[in-house]
Design a binder for this molecule. Structure first.
Ligand code: HEM
Length: 508
């Protein structure tokens, strides 16, 4: 520990004096404070420095806050910093064999093979599925409001986004929006995102000390998760007779991969050497099931949080809500009350609301990277393989130099006429560079559709007793409101009857 704690001194990098074992992330490691806030406070100590050293537990981490250097780390020098965290341990459990946790050639091959699934054309082709889920969401909202005009909005949004991702990725109707209790997908969602101190402890322990974590026999995720998704995939394969269908969806891609012994991609080292080497990865069931869990997990929770936070802010900012609703009414008038794929680019104000939400509440308040090959920063600082780099997203998004009055909800910042004022590499809700969120287009599509469904019919305000400021959960690395959720009071808007969706029943 003392050798590691000498790391930044030796490199002549300014650093914060660490506490034994906890380093400078004590309040995060002990789950006393949301990680975005912990890192923000560290950054504020070095406000004029492009970067500074800290210790994530006992591990040296370089926290980078200069947009120019962030650009190098995330994009230009990607080869050197392509890992996310504890990269050598991504194969230690099934659920961590995902794109999100992998690095190096393994990451590159999987990324190359999954990317075609998320093209704009693919998104447009699958929009009818989102349309169908939105119609069910409309009914669900009606049902809930008929029981009580106060509803908890995050959970209900998650039931909608879960249905979207299950239908689009796996071709199954999840029925997460039906009133039947004990839905297995809802159960899996809780298994994956269990917000408990024990789960929080395991996530942090693995991130900081993976070798000890696995040597002690721990696993972050229970094996019920991979067993469930393994059965789900098998069932869908069987229903398709083990042949790709015309849907051309995620299951088809997985089926195609299953028929190969190996998948091929470019070696990540080509970026360093300029060579054009190809590399192969053995395909086995664990690899495929892992990607499946990943799309389910990343596909619903992130978007549901974004919807929830947006509705929370719109409830507090009635003028913004009114403007967004008017834009939606106009869109639906133009399209004869049909929810069209065009919603992703024909509603600039609603889109700006989503971006302003992601600025205030970035799903990942901190982007983590791991140095995978000895790396020299443009400033001449030499970092050894294995050193962590943190990009403090939450801090950057709340820095008044980049976003004046950062606590105010001002969607106008993201309108076309103002977008150029946003400095490059100060706003990265979906990350940046080659590891940019692969599901970004899908996310936008389902969030926009969900918000349209909500706003076209309801006016809303914070429910009695709902605080104006959310306390973010300290037990998870995602930005989530703690315990109380988001309670809103809903009232039907005037003229809602004229905005009911025209439903085109397409076969799923
Ligand atoms: C509003 C919704 C979403 C937000 C804010 C979000 C945000 C992010 C962020 C910040 C990252 C890390 C990027 C980086 O390290 O530079 C990420 C990665 C990822 N996201 Fe998303 N995401 C969302 C929705 C989705 C959806 C819907 C899917 C899949 C259907 C998805 C799949 C992934 C995957 C697989 C990765 C790992 C990419 C890699 O490491 O190569 N995300 N996302």
């Amino acid at each position: 520990m003392s050798k590691k704690f000498g790391y930044w001194k030796l490199k002549s990098v300014p650093y914060v004096e660490p506490l034994p074992l906890l380093g400078n992330y004590g309040r995060y490691i002990l789950q006393q404070e949301y990680p975005g806030h912990v890192i923000q406070k560290l950054c504020q100590k070095f406000i004029d420095q492009p970067y500074f050293g800290a210790f994530y537990g006992t591990e040296p981490v370089l926290v980078v806050q200069s947009p120019d250097i962030i650009k190098h780390v995330l994009t230009k020098d990607f080869y050197y910093v392509n890992g996310r965290e504890s990269s050598d341990y991504s194969e230690s459990e099934v659920v961590t064999q995902t794109l999100f946790f992998s690095a190096g050639d393994r990451w590159k091959i999987v990324r190359q093979n999954l990317t075609p699934l998320f093209s704009s054309a693919k998104m447009k082709n699958m929009f009818h599925l989102i349309d169908k889920c939105s119609a069910v969401f409309e009914d669900l909202l009606d049902h809930e409001v008929s029981m009580s005009d106060v509803i908890e909005i995050r959970h209900i949004s998650a039931r909608y986004t879960m249905d979207c991702i299950c239908s689009a990725a796996f071709g199954v109707e999840s029925n997460t929006m039906s009133t039947v209790e004990n839905n297995p997908f809802n159960f899996m969602a809780t298994e994956i995102f269990e917000a408990s101190n024990y789960r929080g402890f395991k996530i942090i322990f693995r991130a900081v000390w993976p070798a000890i974590f696995y040597r002690l026999g721990f696993q972050v995720f229970p094996s019920t998760i991979d067993e469930f998704f393994s059965k789900l995939l098998k069932g869908v394969f069987q229903s398709r007779g083990y042949k790709p269908s015309p849907r051309n969806d995620f299951v088809d891609l997985v089926l195609n991969l299953k028929n190969e012994d190996y998948i091929t991609g470019d070696s990540i080292s080509n970026a360093k050497t300029g060579a054009e080497n190809k590399v192969q990865l053995k395909v086995d069931d664990d690899l495929l099931v892992a990607q499946c869990v990943q799309f389910f997990a990343a596909g619903f929770e992130t978007s549901a949080s974004t919807m929830g936070f947006t509705l929370f802010e719109l409830a507090k900012n009635q003028d913004v809500q009114k403007k967004a609703a008017e834009e939606i009414d106009e869109f639906l008038r133009r399209h004869g009350n049909k929810l069209k794929y065009d919603c992703v680019h024909e509603l600039p104000y609603l889109d700006a609301c989503m971006h302003e939400t992601l600025r205030k509440y970035p799903v990942l308040g901190n982007l983590t990277r791991e140095v995978m090959d000895d790396y020299v920063l443009p400033t001449g600082l030499r970092l050894d393989k294995g050193v962590r780099i943190h990009v403090p997203v939450y801090h950057m998004h709340h820095n008044p130099d980049y976003f004046p009055e950062p606590d105010k909800y001002k969607p106008e910042r993201f309108l076309d006429e103002n977008k150029d004022d946003i400095k490059q590499y100060t706003f990265f809700p979906f990350g940046s560079g080659p590891r940019l969120c692969i599901g970004m287009r899908f996310a936008k599509m389902q969030v926009m559709s969900g918000l349209i469904t909500f706003l076209k019919k309801y006016r809303f305000e914070l429910a009695d007793g709902m605080p104006e400021t959310l306390i973010l959960d300290s037990r998870t690395f995602l930005s989530q409101p703690r315990d109380h959720g988001i309670m809103l009071k809903l009232t039907k808007r005037e003229g809602w009857e004229g905005r009911n969706f025209v439903r085109e029943q397409k076969k799923v």
